[in-house]
Structure formats: C-alpha cells, structure tokens
Write a protein that binds this ligand. Sequence first.
Ligand SMILES: C[S@@+](CC[C@H](N)C(=O)[O-])C[C@H]1O[C@@H](n2cnc3c(N)ncnc32)[C@H](O)[C@@H]1O
Length: 262
Amino acid sequence: MRHFGHSPRRLRSDGGTFDHRYPPGKVSDSGLALQKLVADVNGKRILEVGSGTGHWLEFLNAPDRFLVGLDYSRGMLSNAQIKGVSADLVQGDAGQLPVKPGEFNFVYCVHALHHFASPESFIVEAQRMLCSGGVLAILGSDFPANRENWYIYEYFEGVYETDINRFPPWKDVVGWMVKNGFELIELDEVEHILDYKKGADVLRDPYLQKHACSQLALLSDGAYQEGMSKIESDLVQAEEDGRQIVFKSEIAIMMLSGRKAQ
Ligand SMILES: C[S@@+](CC[C@H](N)C(=O)[O-])C[C@H]1O[C@@H](n2cnc3c(N)ncnc32)[C@H](O)[C@@H]1O
C-alpha cells in the first residue's frame, strides 16, 4: 500500500499517560472479543482507525497479518513508534481515509468513534476501504448511559453533558451501517467493567489522571483541578466523619460489527 502523511520518524511524543489504562500483561474481555472476531473472519489485511498508541495493533500482531494504524495525532503515532509497534503507522483523518479502496478485509476502531468530527463519514470511508465481504468492527463504551454509573461525572462539572453530545447512540451507528451497505450486523456487550475504589484509593485510579481519558483531557487545567479538589475535600470530610466513600465505575463495552455486502 502507499504510505501517506508524514513519516512517523519525524513525529514527537506528547507524553504517555494514555497507556496507564492498559496494565501490562492484562488482557481485557473486549480485547479477547476483538481477537476472536478477527480470527473468525480471517482478518489478514487490517486497518485500525484512531489507533492511538498502538495497543490493539500490538495485541493483534501475527506473522500472517498486515497491520496499519491510522491516527490524526502525531503525538499518539509517535508513542506507538517509540513502543516499536509492528504496523505501518499513518497520519490521517477518519473522515477521509488516505488509503486505496478495497485494500483491507478488516477495519476497526476502539474507543475512537466519538472523537471523529463525523462518525458517519468514518463508516462511509470504512466501507470504501473494505474489500467485498470485509468486516468493520467498532468497539466503545456505552457512555453516557447513566450519570450515576461513573464517579467522574459526579465530580467534574460538564463532563456528562459533553459526553451526551460526543457519543453517538449505538442505534444511530447501526442505522449508518445499514444505510452504507453493511449486512450481518451484530451489537453485543463484550465487557462489563464494575469497579469500586474505596476512600483514597480513588487517587490511584489511572483514569483520574488528566490525560488518561478524553473526558478529563478536554477540561481546562482549572476545571480539572476543581474536580480533583472536590474529591480531596470529600475524602477529608469523610475521614473526619469516620465514613468511607466508595467511588463507582460501571461501564459496558460494546462491539458493533458488520460485513460489507458481497
Ligand atoms: C481514546 S483514543 C483510542 C486509541 C486506541 N484506539 C485505543 O483504544 O487505545 C482515540 C484516538 O482517536 C484519534 N483520533 C481522533 N480524531 C481522529 C480523526 N478524525 N481521525 C483519526 N484519528 C482520530 C485520537 O488521536 C486518539 O489517538
């Protein structure tokens, strides 16, 4: 395939807190579901759109697979390159994929659809990138299913409302896939995260770091500090009262897949 965009060698890193969400050696249920789907449909020429630091590309790497990671961010691509991810890394936009039509038999994105300016344009593009019979898989959380499900929504002002606007409802995404010629469409919950952090343990939650999830990364430094101060003062108050606060995170990870009609 053609190599597009800037050479990843010239890209600079933007730090690395994003990968704190992936503890070394731990394989998630959503990763296993993705791996199984790739094996079931015999994915060989594989494109991840919004590939970030290359975590999923590394996970799917196999000698008989040709892997390409595309991302908008030079910093993310640079991190992937520094890690030595075995894939072609390309800078580009999900709404206008710089790849030859029909080049891939598996296209996927993970936790990225809500970042794209037009998620529907990504589906149109993915359909164009796939060969006939190729498969598209979209993995992502069911945010913002419920304000009570994630303590981040409670402590950081405006984050829930921003998520309502960012995350397209899954039923809309299914509709775009149908409209764009996908068949055998399936939507399944592939992972259910239920985590309770007790008391000050919450301060060790990797998602609570400013750049570990987009919800907090989008906040100004001031708004982030305000949320952190609320957590800290609630912890102090609880200790004075002899109580323990339990911080809940309940998140379902969904996988939507479909085949490009033959
Ligand atoms: C939350 S990260 C997910 C990264 C990776 N898929 C993972 O799960 O570890 C979302 C990624 O989408 C990328 N992204 C955002 N908008 C994009 C666009 N329009 N085209 C391509 N990538 C984009 C971001 O740069 C970021 O790396």
